[in-house]
Design a protein around this ligand. Sequence first.
Ligand code: PEP
Ligand code: MN
Length: 233
Amino acid sequence: IENERQVEEIIGHLKANRVRIMRGGVFKPRSSPYAFRGLGVEGLKMWHKQARQIGIKIISEVMQVSQIAEMFDYVDVFQVGARNTQNFNLLDELGKVDKPVMIKRGISGTIEELLYSAEYVFSAGNEKLILCERGIRTYEKASRNTMDINAIPILKEKTHLPVVADPSHGIGIRDFIEPVALAAVMAGVDGIIYETHGKPEEAASDGQQTLDFDESSKLIDRLRKCFELRNSY
Ligand code: PEP
Ligand code: MN
């Protein structure tokens, strides 16, 4: 989330494509402390005000315990990012909250570790969980991360929880978001999250893995076709 106009553009794009949930960051866990770190809770309030007018739901990353209360009234789903998958205090506290939590797989996390992270939230009392495969760090350098398609059927088999995939972080290359996203659908995910922006080359974060609105509309269309095909057999 960068500014009011950008939020307005994205919401317009989502509405035109009948997408009902928007993921954005106001607390951004950047690898470099000098990169754009987000607008904070004021940005979240501005985003919430716009999203509510259109009826779009919000998912946003929470990085520390104190932010849970600050964000509570303005999000529909809390996201736990890859860098916080094993922040066990945060998971414990999210277990006491009456709102869904989406947990991303850790940067070098195993499937078992992701499941244990989910168990922290679950065993503390919150059963509204979503798991997210977002690629893991391997020896491969041709892509940002290595999308672990294998994790999808394994997670679906081991749990009853919804599983989503994040091809933007999974491969990290704008031109290849689509094939990875479609593969994840055929592998069994319940949803896809990806990054979009009116002008990806000017995005404050992750522009190299961000689709413009034309690419995004095309992807949504193909995703729907893939879900339909998969659900038909
Ligand atoms: C994000 O969702 O923008 C993000 C920071 O992802 P991850 O935690 O998977 O790196
Ligand atoms: Mn990102």
